[in-house]
Design a protein around this ligand. Structure first.
Ligand code: BGC
Length: 747
């Protein structure tokens, strides 16, 4: 009796909870419909337009622009950073336009607004959702002060090719890691409530396949099978939708012949029908118009027809919707019902944001560069820095040593901020030199090269003299910010300019060299790796990069990042990623014959050969998931809780992790799975879990992961989600190339 009573109570509670949640949705939909019913066609079309002003416009706003807002012909703006303009445009919209529909102001707030965090690829190296969430919350607090309530982030393009400039903005190569971080970013940007004045609606971009650009050339074609689409490229977007991201942005590229801004299957079938997305989709900059050069639309009118029918809600900068929607309606090429639905999606978001009640920005500019923000940015730089090499434990530098600081990026306040940092103010940046100065480090700074591409050797002798007069050389180089990001792909991704040459000169002094890299992508190191003792990848570390680097190299903090991308030896290996297929001729390390070992005049034969390069072999420089710390961990006793997994029986996979080193340290324990045989072939490994553990010396911890059948499901090329009977291998290890394995099966 008691049990039944409890059950009924629970049921009532659940029903009440559902009702409670439903009610606002119904109210919201009623408000949307009421508003729509009052709007003229011109106003509806107006909501579909995203316009920009130049961020540097000082003086007066053009009258024509103000009139367009007054007439309800613009739905949102991007790049209006002059707050007087923001306020004036919003005032016109909510006081003078026919239905007083507020505007949304958008901006690319990608990894911080004023307080800049590490570039997104660096943030991904933290593998830490809390760190990601802090960064996007801080960005929202700072940017919303300026009226920016919509950011064009997070960028969720899985990237497998480090030549691609926008890998800097990406979450790396792994869908599982990317999806976890996505949720955190969206939650941070949007905050606890969309109608909080510090909430900034997120925009998951670029939908879809932008990261698969052929050869890493920006804007290039993507050819993606359905299985890859669903298993690799879509998961972060699904995660964004599930986390409540209010908007998405289409990409510039075509995928399998269809440009993203005209892809009905993606924008309607997948996004709306499968993912249940009810926010709005904006095009990328002129990507509607660019369907003409793509060879998909005959002219701008046709482009509008394709995009509107595909389900694109808002057009960024080009004017196809503005110019042709009415004609298309008259000609019956689109229907008013379609337009209403596209507009409703935008109104729904504006209502959720509370803009009708509180349209104006709340100035919290005393929060800019707040101590807490700077502290979080410093923490993020530490969590995302990856120690790649540390010969003879040259790091941390523990005793008081004389340091020669050399290199073009040791004191470059703007460069260390990285790509997409229009609003970051270099005068607030703390460079490594600033940090060494304020901590009274015994250092001598000779730049040697004045920017990363500098080829002049004129200051080499001064740098070498400083090096000779030191105990250790700290070389801080990499890429200037402009060498990665949009439209900044590189075919060679080694240290640019004469940096390698300078490092070689410095190596001749025999002093240990610590190479600190600030860059937007993995940098190939083959020419100099032997010459340096330690390599610390800090990516472009942001405003607080300097203090973070100071703390890491002196052991006050430990670099905690792990690679979110495979680090190649040479660009010729790209694209390169850990979750590749086995092939029919997988690598057999013992049988690999290096090019120079092939006898002259050898008879042509492929026997015994496998999928490798004759010259660089088959391994990356560093695998996905790799990163060192200042202590040593040993993994033992990997075990599965059962040899079979069933619908009702999840599997636990365990490992014992022991800190066998001499200092406290943090490791990221990684779980990988292989589905050995599938109806379509499966990757050699896939990340399915990870945990950050911090242990004192000699401390041990049992780390447990739970795997359910859902974790093993994958899409085939018929878009079917499967899990198939058979054997699975599982590894727990410190990166994607190692680990102790165990097996289980699904029967
Ligand atoms: C980029 C987008 C960005 C937009 C607006 C485009 O060039 O591809 O990522 O959000 O510009 O600045």
């Amino acid at each position: 009796m008691k049990k039944i009573y409890v059950f009924i109570c629970m049921l009532v509670c659940v029903l009440m909870a559902c009702k409670k949640e439903q009610q606002p949705t119904n109210e919201l939909e009623t408000e949307v419909s009421e508003l729509l019913s009052k709007m003229t066609l011109d106003e509806k079309i107006g909501q579909l337009n995203l316009r920009g002003t130049s961020s540097r416009v000082k003086g007066q706003l053009p009258d024509s622009l103000k009139q367009a807002v007054r007439d309800g012909k613009i739905g949102a703006f991007l790049n209006v950073t002059n707050t007087e303009h923001v306020d004036e445009l919003q005032r016109i919209a909510v006081e003078e336009s026919p239905n007083k529909i507020p505007l949304i102001f958008a901006r690319d707030v990608i990894h911080g607004y004023k307080t800049i965090f590490p570039i997104p690829l660096g943030m991904a190296a933290s593998w830490d959702a809390q760190v990601a969430k802090n960064s996007s919350r801080v960005a929202a607090i700072e940017a919303s002060s300026f009226g920016i309530r919509w950011t064009f982030a997070p960028m969720l393009d899985i990237a497998r090719d480090s030549r691609w400039g926008r890998i800097a903005e990406s979450p790396g190569e792994d869908p599982f890691l990317a999806s976890n971080l996505t949720k955190a970013y969206v939650e941070g940007f949007q905050g606890d409530s969309l109608n909080d004045p510090t909430s900034m609606i997120a925009c998951a971009k670029h939908f879809i396949g932008y990261g698969a650009a052929i050869g890493g050339r920006d804007y290039n074609t993507a050819i993606i099978s359905d299985a890859q689409l669903h298993n690799i490229y879509l998961p972060p977007f699904k995660s964004a939708v599930d986390a409540g991201s209010q908007t998405l942005m289409t990409s510039f590229n075509e995928m399998n012949g269809i440009p993203a801004s005209g892809d009905r299957r993606m924008l309607t079938t997948v996004l709306r029908e499968e993912f249940g997305f009810d926010g709005f989709v904006v095009s990328d900059w002129e990507s509607v118009e660019e369907m003409i050069p793509h060879g998909f639309a005959t002219d701008l009118k046709h482009a509008a027809e394709l995009s509107l029918n595909a389900g694109l809600n808002m057009e960024m900068t080009s004017k196809a919707f503005e110019k042709y929607t009415k004609n298309l309606l008259k000609e019956g090429k689109i229907t008013e019902t379609q337009i209403n639905s596209l507009v409703a999606d935008i109104l729904r978001v504006k209502l959720r944001m509370g803009l009708f009640e509180k349209p104006y920005r709340v100035d919290k500019s005393d929060n800019l560069y707040a101590d807490a923000h700077l502290q979080m940015a410093k923490e993020a730089a530490i969590e995302s820095s990856v120690l790649l090499k540390n010969k003879n434990n040259v790091l941390p530098i523990t005793t008081r040593k004389k340091i020669a600081v050399i290199g073009p990026l040791a004191d470059k306040p703007r460069e260390q901020l990285g790509t997409w940092t229009f609003d970051g103010d270099g005068t607030y940046t703390k460079t490594p030199i600033n940090a060494f100065q304020s901590n009274n480090v015994n250092y001598n700074f000779v730049e040697g090269l004045s920017y990363s591409r500098d080829k002049s050797t004129k200051d080499f002798s001064k740098a070498v003299a400083a090096a000779k007069n030191s105990d250790v050389i700290v070389f801080i180089g990499g890429e200037e910010a402009i060498l990665s990001g949009e439209a900044h792909s590189r075919a060679n991704i080694n240290l640019p300019g004469a940096q390698e040459q300078l490092i070689k000169e410095l190596a001749k002094t025999g002093k240990p060299i610590v190479l600190i890299i600030m860059a937007g992508r993995p940098i190939t190191l083959g020419n100099i790796l032997k010459d340096v003792d330690a390599v610390l990848m800090t990516w472009h570390p942001g405003t607080m990069g300097g203090p973070a680097i100071h703390d890491m190299i002196f052991g006050i903090a430990e670099p905690k990042g792990r690679l979110p991308v495979t680090w190649p030896k040479v660009a010729g290996q790209l694209p390169l990623f850990y979750n590749h297929k086995n092939t029919g001729r997988p690598v057999i390390p013992e049988e690999f014959v290096q090019m120079d070992s092939i006898p002259i005049g050898a008879w042509q034969s492929s026997l015994g050969n496998t999928t490798h390069y004759l010259d660089v072999g088959y391994l990356p420089q560093y695998p996905f998931g790799y990163g060192l710390g200042y202590t040593k961990f040993v993994y033992s006793k990997t075990a599965v809780s059962s040899s079979t997994i069933t619908k009702n029986n999840d599997i636990m996979v365990k490992v014992i992790v022991t800190n066998v080193g001499e200092r406290k340290g943090t490791d990221i324990v990684q779980l990988y799975v292989q589905d050995v045989v599938g109806r379509i072939t499966r990757p050699v490994r896939e990340l399915k879990g990870y945990q950050k553990v911090t242990l004192e010396p000699n401390e041990q911890k049992e780390v447990t992961f739970t795997l359910s059948l859902d974790d093993l499901k994958y899409y085939d090329n018929q878009e079917k989600l499967n899990v198939e009977k058979g054997e699975f291998k599982v590894w727990i290890g410190q990166n994607s190339a190692v680990g102790i394995s165990a097996k289980f099966s699904y029967e």
